[in-house]
Design a protein around this ligand. Sequence first.
Ligand code: ADP
Ligand code: MG
Length: 315
Amino acid sequence: MNSGAPSYTEEIDQLETLFNAPDTGYLQAVPEAATGARDVVGRVMPVFKKPPRIESHGPARVVAVCNQKGGVGKTTTTVSVAASLAEYGRRVLLVDFDPQGAATVAVGISPHDLELSVYNLLMDRSIQIPDVLRPSAIEGVDILPANIDLSAAEVQLVGEVARESVLARALRPVLNQYDLILIDCQPSLGLLTVNALTAAQGVLIPLECEFLALRAVGLLTETIAKVEERLNPELRIDGVLPTMYDARTLHSREVVQRVFEAFGDNLLHTVIGRTIKFPDASVAAKPITQFAPNHPGATAYRQLARELVARGACR
Ligand code: ADP
Ligand code: MG
């Protein structure tokens, strides 16, 4: 480490104490002199205040968590954001849209003995969403679970009428029950992901802090632009989230700087550090906010949840 600058975790700790500071607006910038808080690309770090409790739920905003590269933190982000927002009193529906079923496992459900999964919801008109919905092990979070059956949907959907909007149609009946619907996409840009992007108003892009990861993201933004143009004019990028950030390496910092040059303020202020606690939490099938509630990784995901509320990605 260099100079006397605070480390990333120290900064996060410092910020956590600020969140409870009284202020009026959500995106109120912290006066630099008062805190010195800056994000990893040097922007003034706003205070993301704890969102106010809400009295009634819905209508939900739908957000697709998307990146066609595997292992970048999509599932971790989906589950951790859901758990954090539930702590703030939001009702969240997770849609496991990956045949691997990792989000299903992560919230305590075994994908092997599902009677009905999101696959049946997509393919069988007689199945309605309440038939498939399950409460998860996290209070306030429900899930549409998935398993390997979903891998067949990619091919089978091709012959359907309005094949890109099957998920959007299926979700409609429950929009008023939730504040946020988060779709955990599979690592591909095929028809399932296009369905997720057609159902969504926003896309959250987790991006591993590594140069090869930057390449993949160009193709993703092209796909998002095409879906926006042809199928879903409402669609917007809610944010690009650097994951597996290592403050000790120049490499991590350079990658985030490049992302900032490419995405501007779509680069989120929140960054998720690389830590073994995430794989540990995966093994325990718990979100990090429950597995290690005071760990900087949990703190960072809570901050992300607040930043998403502040940016209008969730009520
Ligand atoms: P994806 O859904 O994009 O394939 P995952 O969320 O499943 O990615 O993450 C892939 C692996 O990396 C998992 O084992 C997970 O526990 C681990 N992981 C996720 N985020 C981090 C992080 N910030 N630091 C270290 N490991 C992480
Ligand atoms: Mg995943």
